[in-house]
Design a protein around this ligand. Structure first.
Ligand SMILES: *Cc1c(COP(=O)(O)O)cnc(C)c1O
Length: 386
């Protein structure tokens, strides 16, 4: 129970956590003293800043990353009978969003080095019912969108990026957000920036942005602030939507957080580089592969443990050393809901299942100190060489 400098760690180091400073607190306090707690000027301001940051024409704020995915599927018109190809390894929300719309998620295997959706696996799953591909920038690394865009174009499919891990990343200089028709983000505390709960969808397509705005507001075509400006009371609901709005309180926090994101991504990359260097000489610990030309957002730092190591025992041993780790993720189709609903079982995506058995997510967040990083490295080396 000692760290790299020989003294015991005080308290569990989590695998991820938010960074909130006095600027953030002040930004939220200003909104609380203002006239608009929701659907006010901060929503527009945050959306404009987010669109500018990602280099996109439109950003639409919603209540969480899951709502962002649901809204994306709705805007694309996904419905009963439609298939959407998703990676086997992702958070359940990517697939759930398809099911919310009555569509069917079809699980594609992943590349064993990056754990990103394998474009060749996607190609093999296309049927006359396929409508879209929802790729996931696992751990913060953009997928091979050049290959995915080519497949989408060839088969007339929509391409969605579940970029919940990857805000601030890029591929060959193109920011995450510009790599697909629609890109979705989560603003949950462990994600790149935090609003508590929150989400965002970005797109260059004005038609999709307009559909997203109606969908997040019950299917009503104007919002309260627009009517207030026009001095009007009449409104119409043209389709079934949801209340997926994000409040001005959340948006003020998001705007304040977004200013700090570039420095946070640099710090995440620096910590990841320290891990990479330390584990290069440890055959039992294999970091994931980074694609060339990618600027990795490093939401997560994931290693693959050598097959002789018992992952559950390593997880517990690290906890005993006050190092919090996690596993991202069980292949989605192995959850009881999907096994039962779609009649799926083990063997469907062999690469995903093999990867799942060995992966472990180590602590990574911008306010980790160099001592924290050295503590993680020392503990991981110690417990894997016992
Ligand atoms: C976090 C996450 C989501 C869901 O975001 P919430 O804000 O928690 O609803 C969806 N997809 C991926 C890949 C995520 O990591």
């Amino acid at each position: 129970m000692s760290n790299s400098s020989g003294s015991p760690r005080a308290g569990l180091l989590p695998y991820g956590r938010q960074s909130v400073d006095e600027d953030d607190v002040q930004a939220v306090a200003r909104v609380l003293r203002s006239d608009w707690l929701t659907t006010g000027p901060m929503v527009e301001e945050f959306e404009r800043a987010f669109a500018a940051f990602t280099g996109t024409a439109h950003a639409v704020a919603v209540s969480n990353g899951t709502a962002a995915l649901h809204a994306a599927m709705a805007a694309l018109g996904i419905g009963p009978g439609d298939e959407v190809i998703v990676p086997a390894i992702t958070f359940v929300a990517t697939a759930n969003a398809v099911v919310y719309q009555g569509g069917t998620p079809v699980f594609a295997d992943i590349d064993p080095g990056t754990l990103l959706i394998d474009p060749e696996a996607v190609r093999r799953l296309i049927t006359p019912r396929t409508r879209a591909i929802a790729a996931v920038d696992y751990a913060g690394q953009p997928c091979d969108y050049a290959a995915l865009r080519a497949i989408a174009r060839e088969h007339n499919l929509a391409l969605v990026a579940d970029a919940c891990h990857a805000l601030g990343g890029a591929d060959h200089g193109h920011p995450v957000g510009t790599l697909a028709d629609l890109s979705t983000f989560s603003l949950h505390p462990v994600k790149p920036i935090a609003t508590g709960e929150g989400g965002m969808i970005v797109t260059d397509r004005a038609d999709l942005a307009a559909r997203l705005r109606v969908f997040r507001n019950h299917g009503i075509t104007t919002d309260h602030r627009q009517r207030e400006k026009q001095g009007a009371f009449f409104y119409e609901m043209t389709e079934l939507g949801y209340n997926y709005r994000l409040s001005d309180i959340h948006c003020a926090l998001g705007l304040s957080q977004l200013r700090k994101l570039p420095a946070w991504v640099r710090r995440r990359q620096e910590i990841a580089a320290s891990y990479d260097r330390a584990f290069a000489s440890q055959p039992a610990i294999q970091p994931l592969v980074t694609r060339s030309g990618v600027s990795h957002g490093y939401h997560l730092y994931v290693v693959r443990l050598a097959p002789h190591l018992d992952r559950a025992a390593i997880f517990q041993a690290l906890r005993a050393e006050s190092i919090g780790t996690n596993v991202h993720y069980l292949p989605v189709y192995l959850h009881p809901f999907y096994r039962e609903k779609l009649g799926l079982s083990a063997g469907l995506c062999p690469q995903a299942e093999a990867a799942y058995a060995r992966i472990l997510t180590l602590p990574l967040f911008p306010t980790m100190t160099d001592t924290d990083v050295q503590d993680v490295i020392a503990a991981v080396v110690r417990v894997t060489s016992r």
